[in-house]
Write a protein that binds this ligand. Structure first.
Ligand code: 13P
Length: 303
């Protein structure tokens, strides 16, 4: 497999005190920008794609082949994970596995704990045969993700005791506990539950994922990394930047019709945005290896 399993990447990130960014694909140009940014910054990267984006972009196989071909073309040497984001079914996860993805998220957070655990375990059992990593979710991360609005007060925050049971019984490699982040834009300041983050990381012993990376203040991102977060998902912010760059190019030259002439500056803007996130997550230069936290610290959290 050309893609690296996410678990390997995240365990290294935890040991060394940084987080790996998951950047979501919304077309070929996004893959170009993500891979170039990662290579230029010597940073590992997780390329995420939701089920809806998979269908819009031509299917699992096409996505895996496209990213793999670009990696060859750009001579990418940094670790790249290809990840199915917020999958809702066992079947979608199997399609991703078959196509060569190195990581899948099964999102059973809308189900009662027992059913969520059973569904996650079923995916873990199949994925582990191929060495593919699995992410699960507990508590509901609200907001808008790819046009789907999740808005619920019920089960808003993940409960540490349930997280521990879920991880132990399902064998999942990475957990996305709902701890105050939302997909899309925030109304007011995000209210991240750092105390629970530390507790969930300590009780589960697996890397934690922070969804809804758009709009979280830099100091909260850094505190989240110190509190147990090893993976941070960003999508909306990149789409806003990409679209704004296209809008600007077309406003400046209303007669412009040559597609590459407005896509190229948009790719550059996207690349810049991703590089800034990598700097914030402290994943820049990590491919060469910077021992910071030391192996002994695994399983305990710093604030
Ligand atoms: P944002 O769109 O809020 O950045 O969240 C992305 C995400 O969490 C993808 O799973």
């Amino acid at each position: 497999m050309r893609f690296v399993p996410m678990k390997e990447m995240l365990d290294t990130a935890w040991v060394n005190g940084y987080a790996v960014g998951q950047f979501n694909l919304n077309g070929l140009e996004f893959a170009q920008a993500f891979l170039q940014a990662a290579q230029e910054e010597s940073s590992p990267i997780i390329i995420g794609v939701t089920e809806k984006a998979v269908h819009c972009m031509g299917g699992y196989r096409l996505i895996a082949t496209m990213v793999e071909s670009l990696m060859e073309e750009y001579e990418i040497t940094v670790p790249v994970a290809l990840h199915l984001d917020h999958s809702t079914s066992f079947e979608s996860c199997m399609h991703a596995l078959k196509a060569g993805f190195s990581s899948v998220m099964i999102d059973g957070s809308h189900l009662p704990l027992k059913q969520n655990t059973a569904l996650t375990k079923k995916v873990v059992d199949a994925a582990s045969i191929l060495g593919v990593s699995v992410e699960g979710e507990l508590g509901r991360i609200t907001g808008e993700e790819d046009g789907t609005v999740v808005d619920t007060a019920e089960g808003k925050f993940a409960i540490p005791d349930e997280c521990q049971r879920y991880v132990e019984e399902s064998g999942v490699d990475c957990l996305a506990p709902a701890l105050g982040s939302v997909h899309g834009f925030y109304q007011g300041k995000p209210d991240l539950q750092f105390g629970r983050m530390v507790e969930v990381r300590e009780r589960t012993g697996v890397p934690l994922a922070l969804h809804g990376g758009t709009g979280i203040p830099d100091e909260d991102i850094q505190r989240a990394i110190a509190s147990g977060i090893s993976k941070i998902n960003v999508n909306t912010e990149n789409q806003v930047a990409f679209t704004a760059a296209i809008r600007k190019a077309l406003e400046e030259k209303p007669d412009l019709y040559l597609v590459r002439q407005y896509l190229e500056p948009a790719i550059e803007v996207l690349k810049k945005n991703v590089k800034e996130k990598m700097r914030l997550f402290d994943s820049v230069g990590q491919v060469k290896g910077k021992e910071k936290r030391g192996k002994k610290a695994v399983g305990s959290c710093r604030r």
